[in-house]
Ligand binder design. Structure first.
Ligand SMILES: [Zn+2]
Length: 305
């Protein structure tokens, strides 16, 4: 590590786990800690974040700013975690609390937008002005860059691709609707599809592994999942006309067994003459995309890059 290297603390708050890390300004993770949330409440989550970060902030690592990736809705200007679908956390002034604790600037964004920043600054979208990042894991979300700027919408909630309707009267979705992309392709949806096909209850990761090994029902399950993802991408393309679509999140890590279905789904929905040339790629940032994205976002907000 260069002595003059500027360091960033990154905090990735997931639905069930907390990941904190120290990163250099090239997006490399120099140190990190992972812990699980047990019955998370507002107080316990704040306490756990403080403790985990202090363990990394030693004489060796003195970060200059903090980036925080939160699940749910964020007020980025005021640094408020507006809403989380787990734990009942709402209207939490998290950046105020952590700025006071660590005495350095803190910035907060929702996980999909944070990942888009990560991909734009350190990943495969570095040389692209317009792209969409799509997270597919336990939920489905997206971050959109237009003209090198995040587009978060007039009401700051753009990119809710997870609630595009894919299957008429399909499975129920946490939003209250039916047949949303999230209900059909997030981890639970894949498990449910495989259970209905085979009578076996497996995780999405286990099903992808079976598909890789040549299991025909698992392959069909992942193929249908890919097709739904592709149909949503086709719809997005008809509106945004992008050169690059980046897929991330746990499910997207199985891009190899989803790819064919995705391509078929896109072709079904996209107006090809208007969208003749685009790439669909898995994230270049791997499983740590949110952590790397949190660092990228902090550097961007702190005007360090
Ligand atoms: Zn929905």
């Amino acid at each position: 590590m260069n002595k003059d290297e500027k360091l960033t603390m990154a905090i990735d708050i997931g639905g069930s786990k907390l990941l904190v890390g120290i990163l250099d300004n090239s997006g490399h993770i120099l140190a990190s800690r992972k812990s699980l949330f047990v019955d998370p409440t507002e107080t316990s989550v704040i306490m756990q974040i403080k403790e985990e970060c202090h363990k990394l902030m030693t004489d060796k690592y003195r970060p200059e700013c903090v980036g925080i990736s939160i699940p749910g809705l964020a007020d980025t200007k005021r640094g408020i975690w507006m809403y989380a679908c787990f734990s009942g956390i709402a209207n939490l002034y998290l950046t105020d609390i952590l700025s006071r604790e660590f005495q350095i600037p803190c910035y907060l964004e929702n996980d999909a937008n944070i990942c888009a920043y990560g991909e734009k600054i350190f990943g495969c979208a570095r040389n692209v002005t317009d792209f969409i990042w799509i997270t597919i894991s336990n939920g489905v979300g997206a971050g959109i860059f237009i003209n090198n700027q995040l587009y978060d919408g007039f009401y700051r909630n753009a990119g809710e691709i997870g609630h595009i309707k894919i299957v008429r009267d399909g499975w129920e979705c946490p939003c209250g609707g039916h047949g949303c992309l999230e209900a059909m392709v997030a981890g639970n949806g894949i498990s449910r599809r495989f259970y209905e096909m085979s009578g076996k209850r497996l995780s999405a990761k286990e099903i992808a592994e079976l598909a890789r090994g040549g299991h025909s029902q698992a392959q069909e399950c992942m193929d249908i999942t890919g097709k739904y993802i592709g149909e949503a991408i086709g719809t997005v393309q008809n509106i945004l006309n992008l050169p690059l679509i980046v897929l991330g999140g746990g499910v997207a890590m199985s891009f190899d067994v989803l790819k064919e279905g995705i391509e078929r789904g896109v072709r079904k929905n996209v107006f090809l003459k208007a969208n003749p040339d685009y790439r669909i790629e898995p994230t270049a940032l791997g499983y740590e995309a949110s952590l790397i994205g949190a660092a990228a976002y902090a550097l961007y907000r702190n005007k360090a890059i």
